[in-house]
Design a protein around this ligand. Structure first.
Ligand SMILES: [Zn+2]
Length: 214
């Protein structure tokens, strides 16, 4: 498994391209920069070789680009079942903050706690980790000790906001406690830097930060 971080500037979420026997993209950014994103993807793999677009949650800065990216790549959209409605019904509550429109599109694969997305060497286990949003997930590959943490925890001990629609501080604290139990070397959050080698220490910092929420 090879991971490349794409976009991630300004309001754009980080977009991770995972190269394996099957290729996946984790999050898509707002969609304002889809053309640039496709160019960046094209430096590593054929754009049409993307099999999955996995969305960590239903906020526009992560899934605004999903419909366009799917149309170009033909990839299958995977998202937690509690988040899927935002895409399928084109809910605008999150896009509104960006003065933008969430394009509606089908979520082919609705994820639940414990599901696995098998890419080859990498087997991404789905952890339902609500709190930042109801349909937030993290993706964990046990073999490589890699965690894609969405907006649940960030490098340096940052934690997701809970003041958006559906946010819940108590749930976020519980979700972070689950992540502390994992053996994480590589931590790939939804914004900012990623961490190689000592991911678990950053998650522990986040756990301490989260205590101030309660
Ligand atoms: Zn978010």
């Amino acid at each position: 498994m090879l991971v490349h971080r794409l976009l991630g500037f300004g309001f754009e979420s980080n977009v991770y391209l995972i190269e394996d026997e099957r290729n996946a993209v984790v999050d898509t950014g707002t969609g304002f920069y889809t053309e640039q994103l496709l160019n960046e993807i094209g430096r590593y793999v054929e754009v049409k070789s993307i099999d999955y677009i996995i969305l960590t949650h239903e906020h526009f800065d992560h899934c605004g680009g999903a419909a366009d990216l799917k149309n170009t790549t033909g990839a299958e959209i995977c998202m937690h079942e509690m988040a899927a409605r935002t895409l399928e019904e084109g809910e605008q509550w999150s896009a509104m903050f960006f003065d933008a429109v969430q394009k509606a599109t089908e979520v082919e694969r609705k994820l639940r706690e414990g599901d696995k997305i098998i890419l080859g060497e990498a087997e991404l286990r789905i952890l339902h980790t609500p709190g930042h949003s109801p349909g937030s997930i993290c993706l964990y590959d046990e073999k490589s000790r890699t965690l894609f943490s969405g907006d649940v925890v960030f490098a340096g001990g940052g934690i997701g906001r809970t003041d958006f629609y559906g946010g819940d501080a108590e749930q976020l604290v519980k979700s972070i406690k689950r992540l502390v139990e994992l053996n994480v070397e590589n931590l790939y959050p939804g914004h900012g830097d990623f961490v190689m080698g000592e991911g678990k220490a950053h998650i522990k910092m986040a756990e301490r930060m989260s205590m101030y929420l309660l």
